[in-house]
Design a protein. Structure first.
Lengths: 275, 353
């Protein structure tokens, strides 16, 4: 589908849309200013910044954050994908209630989300206790970070992927089934490949949400520190400049990952003519 | 072969009501009706994509009502062809064979044969988005036939085609049916398609079967007003039976009296149906071809196609008349011309109101 009107050359400006850009562009400017407010002071002192990004404790925290975010996304893909598919292909009484439950982490204060996760996964929690008996501990431990991240990222992944599944015409699945494919094989061969863009985007959103979580994570696992905890810790103990260096590292890393991801998704979308 | 016994199904505010059909092996069967009549839903019930609330679906005498779609071996081609957009043409055609678990060599051989048969071998590595409507249709047919289906269900397969591609595809389906003897059940709006292809037709309206039979019987002798409308009868009027003498009846239609074959109870309300092609037209002052029914009026509009011209004539009734276009014998009519319509009483079909 053309992204510009047919009579316009790519890259040329449609003057009728300039007004929209002038108003909406303020939001982009807002984000850019926020980034610059951290980046400019930091880059004026590159030695200090270099020292922070090579600090082993910062690197370790970054590694833990990225790994936990990735683990959370893997869990969401495993459990959230079937849920998203079931929601996209089902109508039943109470579906709205189920959807509202899934959306709850979106609107809850993060501390409330953290409290809920803590109560479930603490050593006396209904999930934490039995798993603690087999050696899986969540309080102040890596698994605690992951479950907190999963909890807050659920709606981001499930809703995005469900939307993707809903854009795949049911008729394609119907045809696949008349050709001998079971429901699962029709899903695997038809729906899933045609939803990779939404699945990838859902995973990216969930990952972004997960690695940025602070309140829910510290409720169950202050240690080992994730990057948001470290930034808060440095701010509280070392002041603004200490926090800003770590924050800039995070901004650069996330920015690079998001840009790369978008480039990959753009290439992936070339095959699907519904997009 | 395919049987539907008293199928009922509720989908939202729409329902299929007591649908019964019997499609014999090797027949080319059509479901014809207006949009939203439930034709596609009937196909989906047969394919197992919709589970009926009551009734049975039979395939070769076996009850398959509860069988899953993948267990039925029934080919299905949707109106939009529903080609898998992420697969090439050959992978689309191979899909069903792959699902059957056949060996790679068997699969390749079968796919190659089908691509050749449908004249799409040169498109094997193309993706659906690059194909024309006619090409897509051939790919969809090849894909459906790859599983050697016991019956082929076609949901308005010509709807998205231009006239040239439509003619080609109709010819292709006619050849396929003749050469392979496959049972086909097709949904259509078009009387032309039914006349060209069908052995039998069922007229569907609002979730119910209105009439079944051979196309010529159904279209020439619709049994109800609704069947006449679906069959495309152009001139349908309400009337009251006047006098009945000598095997003929006079039907009083507002503004005119129409003579029809048959005897009907005087005073009973009836529906009079006259096909546009059964009416002849002359300019006023000329002698009418048939003296049994003559109605005068004025030409108010014309729809001209390659071979015919359909005129709307307003007089005591508004009637449609279809005549061959541009023959030496055929005078040219202009809007505003005063004309005289005539038709035989044998061409007047009288139905209960």
């Amino acid at each position: 589908m053309p992204k510009t009107p047919l009579n316009m050359k790519k890259g040329s400006i449609d003057r009728s849309i300039i007004g929209f850009w002038l108003i909406g562009g303020l939001l982009v400017l807002f984000i850019v200013l926020a980034i610059l407010s951290i980046a400019v002071p930091e880059l004026k002192n590159p030695g200090h910044f270099a020292g922070v990004i090579t600090d082993p404790s910062v690197l370790l925290t970054l590694g833990i954050t990225m790994a936990a975010g990735l683990n959370a996304v893997v869990i969401l893909i495993l459990f959230g994908t079937p849920l998203a598919y079931a929601l996209s292909r089902s109508t039943f009484p109470g579906k709205g209630l189920v959807e509202s439950i899934i959306d709850l982490p979106l609107i809850l204060p993060h501390t409330v989300a953290g409290l809920m996760v803590y109560l479930l996964f603490m050593s006396q929690g209904i999930i934490g206790a039995p798993l603690g008996n087999v050696g899986i501990v969540f309080e102040d431990a890596y698994p605690g970070i992951v479950v907190a991240m999963v909890f807050v990222a659920i709606p981001y992944y499930v809703n995005t992927v469900r939307e993707g599944f809903e854009t795949v015409p049911v008729r394609l699945e119907n045809v696949a089934r008349t050709l001998g494919a079971s429901r699962f094989r029709a899903f695997w061969h038809i729906v899933l490949p045609l939803s990779t863009r939404h699945i990838s985007y859902g995973a990216l959103l969930a990952w972004g949400r997960a690695i940025g979580e602070f309140a829910a994570v510290i409720m169950i696992a202050y240690f080992p520190m994730v990057i948001s905890t470290l930034i808060y810790y440095r701010f509280a103990t070392g002041g603004l400049s200490e926090a800003m260096s770590v924050a800039l590292v995070m901004i650069i890393l996330c920015g690079v990952i998001f840009v790369l991801f978008r480039l990959l998704l753009k290439k992936k979308g070339d095959v699907d003519d519904r997009a | 072969m395919i049987g539907l016994e008293h199928i009922s199904l509720q989908r939202g505010s729409f329902s299929l009501n007591d649908i019964s059909l019997d499609v014999k092996s090797g027949r080319y069967y059509f479901l014809m009706g207006p949009s939203g009549a439930g034709k596609t839903l009937i196909l989906e019930v047969i394919a197992g994509l919709q589970v009926p609330g009551s009734g049975r679906v039979l395939l070769n005498g076996s009850d398959i009502t509860r069988a899953l779609p993948e267990e039925r071996n029934i080919g299905f081609v949707y109106q939009d062809y529903s080609l898998f957009p992420h697969y090439t043409v050959s992978k689309n055609v191979a899909f069903g064979i792959q699902m059957q678990g056949k060996s790679a060599s068997d699969k390749d051989k079968k796919v190659h044969g089908l691509l050749e048969q449908f004249g799409i071998a040169h498109l094997a590595d193309r993706f659906p988005r690059t194909l024309s409507g006619g090409e897509k249709q051939r790919v969809a047919l090849a894909r459906a036939l790859a599983i050697d289906p016991s019956v082929l269900l076609l949901d308005e397969p010509f709807a998205a085609l231009d006239p040239v591609a439509r003619e080609e595809c109709m010819q292709g389906l006619r050849d396929l049916h003749r050469d392979q003897g496959i049972t086909i059940l097709q949904v259509s709006h078009s009387r032309d398609e039914v006349y060209s292809l069908a052995d039998e037709v069922a007229l569907i309206d609002n979730g119910s079967i209105v009439q079944t039979g051979r196309p010529t019987d159904v279209f020439s002798h619709p049994k109800t007003r609704r069947a006449a409308v679906i069959a495309g009868t152009e001139n349908i009027f309400e009337g009251v039976v006047g006098t009945t003498t000598g095997g003929m009846s006079s039907i009083e239609v507002p503004g005119v009296s129409i003579t029809a074959d048959g005897t009907f109870p005087p005073g009973s309300r009836v529906v009079v149906c006259i096909r546009a092609g059964d009416i002849t037209i002359q300019k006023n002052g000329q002698v009418a071809d048939c003296q049994e029914n003559i109605i005068e009026g004025t030409v108010v509009s014309q729809i001209i196609t390659d071979y015919t011209c359909t005129l709307t004539v307003r007089g005591p009734l508004q009637m449609s008349v279809t005549i061959p276009r541009k023959t030496k014998e055929q005078p040219v009519f202009q809007n505003g011309d005063s004309v005289r319509l005539s038709f035989s009483r044998a061409h007047v079909l009288v139905l209960p109101s």
